[in-house]
Design a protein around this ligand. Sequence first.
Ligand SMILES: *Cc1c(COP(=O)(O)O)cnc(C)c1O
Length: 455
Amino acid sequence: MTDLAAWLPRAVAAIAVGQERFGAFAADPALLVDDAAMAAALDRLTDRLADTYPFFHPRYVGQMLKPPHPAAVIGYTAAMLLNPNNHALDGGPSTAYLEREVVAQLAAMFGVESYLGHLTSSGTIANLEALWVAREERPGTAVAFSADAHYTHARMCQVLGVEAVPIAVDAAGSLDLVALERALDNGRIGTVVATLGTTGLGALDPLPQIVDLARAYGVRVHVDAAYGGFFALVADDSADGVAAAPFAAISQADSVVVDPHKHGLQPYGCGTVLFADPGVGRHYLHDSPYTYFSSDELHPGEISLECSRSGAAAAALWLTLQVVPLTDAGLGRGLRAGLRGAREWHRLLTAGDELTAYQTPALDIVTYLPRRTSMSALDTATGALFQAASSGPPAEQVHIAQYAVSAAALAERGHALVADRETARICRSVVMKPESAAIVPELHSRLESLARSLR
Ligand SMILES: *Cc1c(COP(=O)(O)O)cnc(C)c1O
């Protein structure tokens, strides 16, 4: 692993060399702090930071969280010392150009040739921009998305004053095409959102068929690949890859969102939105009396809804992709390891005594449940397993996540439970780290024996 303790001083020194060219100056004492005060404050901070979950550790297999790659930390730190603002070339041309390059690499990953795109501070903002452009392109129409789509779509439709139409999902958690066609027939829908990698289950919506339907009905297609987008690198239908067709169809969509701060090894503050039609840039037109003076070139803020944006985020992603490129052998390698881990876990679960699989994983998200006969017993058992796994000595803890499902969704997947309550929690594990994938048998047997002891 790249040793941060060795590389961070190199980044700091290199930036200082660049700055020294401008001549020495005396720092004003107003904000100087002495080393003892700094040391004490840092101790207090690191104490406070101890109140966390061990996202970095292989035995953390809960939410979609992991620390960034060291290259991202080094790149972020180097650029942060300059603190460029990617609103405008006036705010630091270097990181604006780095952003252009990484966005081009992400577009190439999706096979998108002409595009307009930029980094955002999150998948939420990236999706907001896509839905806002959709509203401008199709005024007065509704937006359809699956019932398992990220809640941000319903919320952003509300923000935008656009009608939202939820579409049923099938027994795999993918958007149901029959239900979609029925909704399209009513004529109000102007945009369909397809999710590649739902946040809960990692399910893939049938994008090729959605694109065909959308063409037939003359509606737009937006792809929310915030979580799953990077799996395009390993979309080859192979045993440790993912389904090729949905990812190949991204190039036919009107817009796509992917979050480098999810599977792109980045710290938070890094989403992306790409539009197939560069002409949508007209919706962003505005006058700024403050900025855009350093050159006549297009400034990032002229094609982005957000104003100030971190140039360091672009530098972090750029440096990361220099050493872990967007190829099968680069970033794809870790993704394949996670997929193998998730599939191995699923196989173990189908043969498990105490735990059973909820559904077959399409990506690296495994869902499973203690075998129970009623919804209330299931909910209690899941809660108890979650608690028991994460307690005890740190070196023994296993951290998983929980996911609420309905009795109907369980029944569709062959788990017939007495519906004495509407929803129950089941277990959910995102196998995001290759190190977690490597210990799947250990994780499974630990959870099995804990579940047995909780009977
Ligand atoms: C995470 C996620 C979002 C929201 O993105 P943030 O970066 O958390 O704001 C939207 N859609 C999907 C599918 C996601 O997984």
